[in-house]
Ligand binder design. Sequence first.
Ligand SMILES: [Zn+2]
Length: 258
Amino acid sequence: MSELAGRADFAAPAGVQCFVTTRHDGCSEHNFSAFNLALHVGDDATTVNRNRSLLLASLQRQCQQPLLQLQWMQQVHGISVWRATDSVVEPPPEADALYTREPNIVLGVLTADCLPVLFCSEDGSEIAVAHAGWRGLCNGVLEATLKNFSAAPAQVRCWLGPAIGPCHFEVGNEVRDAFLAKAAIGDQAATRSAFQTDNNAGKWLADLYALARLRLRSAGVQQISGQVQCTVCHADRYYSYRKQAVTGRFATLIVRSI
Ligand SMILES: [Zn+2]
C-alpha cells in the first residue's frame, strides 16, 4: 500500500522515523491540490483538517504506534524554539523550531520553498525540526535549535529537506549583505560563494543548502545530509510559493516512536 507520507532518506538512529509529504493524494482543490497541510494559506479548514487526519493515520500505521500525536507550530520566520513535553499544544505555539525528548510526539514543519531541517542526536533520544527561510537561517534558527540539545553538536545529525534550489532562488543585495554581516571571518569566502551572480543586475542566485551547511558546520555539526530537491523545479511534487503565490504547504516530520 502506498502511504501519504514518504520516508525521508535521513540516516537517523533506530527508533527515530522521518517523513516528507508531497502535494499528491489529499482532498484539497485548485491551487491547494491536493495534500495541503497548512491552515493559514486560504484553503478550506475542514479540508485541511481532513488532510491532517489522513497524515496522522498514515504515520501511526507506518510507525505501528496508534498513540502518535502531531505537534505543529505557527511559523513566523523567527528563531524561537518550542520544547514539546508530554502532550501536544493546540493552537500551535508561535515558533520556528520544535524540540522534544518525548516519544510519540511527531514534530512537523510546513514549507513551500523555505528549507526544512531535521535534527537527531546520535543516541536517538533528542529530536528537532526547524523552519529555515533566509531570514530565520540568517538570524540563527539552526544554532538556536542546537542549543536545546544536551548532546554536543558533533553528536547531532542533521538532514536538509526539499526547498528552493540555487537554480531558482533569486535574491537582492540585502539578502547577501545580511548573511555576510553575520558570517564569521573564516566563513566570509564560503558565504560569498553561496551567492552566484545572476543575469539580473543587483540580483543573486542564493544556495540555501550551502548556507545552512555552513552555519551547521560552524556550530560544530559534522554529520549533515540531504541533497538539493528544488521545490520550484519539482512543483508538481511539492508546493512552491515562488512558482504560485497562493499555494499549499507540505510537511517534513520526525518522531521517536519507541
Ligand atoms: Zn530549481
